[in-house]
Design a protein around this ligand. Structure first.
Ligand code: HCB
Length: 221
């Protein structure tokens, strides 16, 4: 039964069908499917399939945008369920999150923010197309522990390095841990640009953020 539901969720993204995506999410949650499983096993494979079709020229930009709308419709249902968990936890740390300059992909970054919130982090989401200076400014304003930078394009991934440099320039580097992610990003890239860690998906981003907070506390004690 969940297998069929996940396949239907995947298909609702490929079919660019927000109403179906939303209804399936409601039905699945009512039937006891874990919200994160719905995202990871249902909807994300749909976005991956869309990306593959786009790369092969079988799908075009407006189609990809419509699929993103369907994904957003599903996330609107699942998000509150994930966030509910966070309300019951003590504050785990402060995170400033955003997608780097020149890049408007936000679905993955929003998911990372939701799961961090669900695990007790206070998240300040700067949105998309964010410059290094804006990351640094916000990090100072909210006394952030972690800055999380997303990039989905090979061309914008290099702007993650600007964020590291802006934080250094602002004199905040010793207080702030920087984590990077996004489809083209790798652990090696994170090391190359001087970030403190790389996460391949939203749940790994939570684990990484928890580790970075522990490291920070150990350095301070
Ligand atoms: Co976009 N796009 N796109 N796109 N897009 C990709 C990314 C391609 C790979 C598709 C392809 O060609 N196969 C490709 C990039 C190629 C490349 O650079 N190597 C591409 C392209 C080319 C483009 C345009 C240039 C197309 C054009 O205009 N001709 C254009 C660029 C616009 C711009 O940013 N300046 C464009 C536009 C779009 C939209 C607007 C139609 C839409 C985004 C809508 C939105 O976000 N509001 C879109 C989409 C949806 C995609 C795909 C299909 C899905 C992305 C997605 O949401 N994935 C994507 C294909 C793909 O990635 N396979 C395609 C699902 C989420 C859950 O995964 O990887 O984003 P995620 O996030 C994960 C993970 O990486 C990690 O956790 C997340 C959750 O698990 N993570 C972090 C992410 N950020 C993190 C930060 C951290 O600190 C830690 C972990």
């Amino acid at each position: 039964m969940p297998g069929d539901t996940f396949l239907a969720m995947r298909q609702s993204i490929v079919d660019r069908a927000p109403d179906t995506a939303s209804t399936l999410a409601q039905e699945a949650l009512a039937a006891g499917v874990a919200p994160l499983d719905a995202i990871n096993d249902g909807y994300v494979p749909g976005m991956q399939a869309v990306g593959e079709q786009f790369a092969k020229g079988q799908m075009f930009l407006p189609d990809m945008m419509a699929s993103a709308e369907a994904m957003r419709a599903a996330m609107a249902v699942v998000d509150p369920e994930l966030k509910k968990l966070g309300a019951e936890r003590t504050m785990a740390g402060v995170v400033v999150l955003g997608t780097t300059k020149g890049d408007i992909h936000e679905i993955g970054k929003v998911l990372v923010g939701t799961l961090l919130t669900a695990h007790g982090f206070r998240v300040h989401d700067l949105g998309v197309d964010v410059s290094g200076e804006k990351f640094a400014e916000k990090a100072r304003e909210v006394n952030a522990d972690i800055v999380g930078v997303s990039a989905l394009l090979t061309t914008t991934m290099r702007n993650q390095k600007d964020v590291v440099q802006a934080i250094e320039k602002a004199g905040l580097r010793s207080q702030i841990r920087i984590m990077v992610g996004g489809a083209p990003v790798t652990r090696r890239w994170a090391e190359e640009i001087g970030a403190d860690g790389y996460a391949k998906d939203a749940m790994s981003a939570v684990t990484l953020a928890q580790e970075l907070i522990q490291q920070k506390l150990q350095t301070m004690s």
